[in-house]
Design a protein. Structure first.
Length: 162
């Protein structure tokens, strides 16, 4: 059983796709934890604001299988394989941690966005403040404490009940 943390993002019909992702992930993970949902401006391109959150849980899938599952969920929710890196998204699922694994293939684990983007780090600190980053050997809470919070503006939002 592996402990995983996934970053969710959407700026197209964003409330719908964040809620849909939470529902689908709940079918594949146990011991789920959900962060608040945050809204932020697009980073790296000019576009509509994003909703972002983090989901934590446990999986019995091996790393490669889990990465394939996340890609399948993205495609089932309108994501195209040829979407540009910095562009609007129906759904973006990034695996942040898979236990304390450090690797580049089949995905960069841990994701470097953890320390670069408030829209990843703030929701992550809500669900895993005591988790130790395996490369930095610091807790997520300590990384968030040291983060320059003036770099990116984001705020919590309430999703409509569906």
């Amino acid at each position: 059983m592996a402990q995983v943390f996934i970053s969710l993002g959407s700026n197209i019909n964003k409330a719908h796709y964040i809620q849909a992702a939470n529902t689908v992930l709940a079918l594949h993970l146990t011991e789920l934890t959900f962060s608040s949902v945050f809204e932020s401006e697009a980073v790296g391109f000019s576009g509509k604001n994003f909703y972002n959150s983090v989901v934590g849980g446990n999986t019995t899938l091996e790393l490669r299988e889990f990465c394939q599952l996340l890609k399948k969920i993205e495609r089932e929710h309108g994501r195209k394989d040829n979407d540009k890196k910095f562009s609007p998204r129906t759904l973006d699922l990034d695996l942040l941690f898979y236990d304390d694994l450090i690797c580049e293939i089949p995905a960069q684990i841990p994701r470097d966005e953890i320390t670069k983007n408030a829209f990843v780090l703030w929701p992550l600190v809500e669900v895993a403040p005591n988790l130790i980053h395996p490369v930095l050997q610091k807790s997520i809470a300590d990384i968030w404490q040291a983060y320059d919070k003036t770099q990116q503006k984001l705020w919590k939002v309430e999703l409509p009940v569906v």
